[in-house]
Design a protein around this ligand. Structure first.
Ligand code: B1M
Length: 229
C-alpha cells in the first residue's frame, strides 16, 4: 500500500500534477488523485514524512531532471513539477512540526548567488523548524555580501547554504572565505547541501558539514550543537 502510493507520488510529480484537477503532461491522468491528495493518503496510511519526501517527492524530481537532461522535458515541465512538490510540502509541514518545543537555536538559510533552485532549501528549512530551530530564510540567488551582512546582524548559530548548479556551488566557498575575512567564521557553523554538493566538496571549502538530504541536515545541525559565540 505504502510503496504503491509512493510510486504514484513519483509518477504524479513527473507529470507536474499538484491536484486531481490538473491534466498532467501525458493523456489519461485527469480526475485521478494528484500529488497533494496522494500525500494525504500516504500520511493516512502511516507512511512516514521522511519516506514521502525522499522516496516520493525527491525521487520524482530526480526523474524530472533526467527527462530535462535528455530534452524530453523543458523548463515549464520542471516548474510544474516544482509547484506540485511545493503544494505537497504545505500538506506535510504541520506533520513535521513538533508543537510547544523551545527554540534550540537560530539558522540562517540561503540558496547562493546565481541559483534559483529553492525547493531543497525550503524542505530543509521546514524540517529544521519542525525540529525546533528558528529559521530565517534569505531566499534564493542571495549574494555573498547579503549573506555575510545577515550573519553579522542576526548572529545565528548556523548558516545553511544550498546550491543546485555546478556553476553556483563555488559561491559557498566564497561565503566561507568572506566570513573568515570579516572575522565572523568562528562564530558560526556552516552547513552545505544540494544535489551537486558532496562531503568531499564541503570539506574542500572549509564547511562544518554536509547534509545529503533534509533529514540528514537536521541530524547534522543537532550533532554540531550550538556554536560558541
Ligand atoms: Co534546474 N537544473 N535549471 N530548474 N533543476 C537541475 C539542478 C539539473 C540537475 C537538471 C538536469 O539537467 N539534470 C541542472 C543542473 C546541471 C548542472 O549544474 N550540472 C539544471 C539546470 C541546467 C537548470 C537551468 C540552467 C536550465 C536552463 O535555464 N537552461 C536553470 C538554472 C536557473 C538558475 O538557477 N539560475 C534551471 C531552472 C530550474 C527551474 C527554475 C525551472 C526549476 C527550479 C524551481 C524551484 O526550485 N523553485 C528547476 C528544477 C525543478 C530542477 C530539478 C529538475 C529538480 C530540483 C529539485 O527541486 N529537486 C533539477 C534536477 C535534479 O536535481 N535532479 C534541476 C528536489 C529537491 C527536493 O532536491 O534540491 O537536491 P534538492 O534538495 C535536497 C538535497 O539536495 C538536500 O536536501 C533537499 C531535500 O532532501 N539539500 C540540502 C538541498 N539543499 C540543502 C542544504 C543543506 C542540506 C541539504 O544544508 C544547508
Amino acid at each position: 500500500m505504502g510503496d504503491s502510493l509512493l510510486d504514484l507520488i513519483v509518477q504524479n510529480v513527473t507529470q507536474g500534477r499538484a491536484s486531481q484537477d490538473d491534466e498532467g503532461l501525458e493523456e489519461g491522468w485527469e480526475g485521478q488523485p494528484g500529488v497533494t491528495e496522494l500525500v494525504q493518503k500516504a500520511l493516512d496510511a502511516g507512511v512516514t514524512a521522511e519516506d514521502i519526501i525522499n522516496k516520493g517527492l525527491t525521487a520524482g524530481m530526480v526523474i524530472v531532471g533526467e527527462k530535462f537532461e535528455s530534452k524530453e522535458y523543458y523548463i515549464p515541465d520542471m516548474l510544474a513539477a516544482a509547484e506540485a512538490v511545493g503544494a505537497a510540502m504545505q500538506i506535510l509541514e504541520p506533520h513535521l512540526a513538533k508543537s510547544g518545543m523551545k527554540a534550540k537555536g537560530k539558522v540562517l538559510m540561503a540558496t547562493v548567488k546565481g541559483d534559483l533552485h529553492d525547493i531543497g532549501k525550503n524542505i530543509v528549512s521546514i524540517l529544521l523548524r519542525g525540529a525546533g530551530y528558528t529559521v530565517k530564510d534569505l531566499g534564493n540567488d542571495v549574494d555573498t555580501r547579503s549573506i555575510v551582512d545577515a550573519v553579522r546582524e542576526e548572529r545565528p548559530q548556523f548558516l545553511g547554504l544550498s546550491a543546485l548548479l555546478t556553476s553556483t556551488m563555488v559561491q559557498m566557498g566564497e561565503v566561507i572565505n568572506e566570513l573568515r575575512e570579516t572575522g565572523l567564521r568562528d562564530s558560526i557553523k556552516v552547513i552545505v547541501g544540494g544535489a551537486p554538493v558532496s562531503e568531499e566538496f564541503a570539506r574542500s571549502i572549509g564547511a562544518d558539514g554536509y547534509g545529503a538530504d533534509g533529514f540528514a541536515a537536521v541530524r547534522l545541525v543537532e550533532s554540531l550543537g550550538p556554536s560558541q559565540q
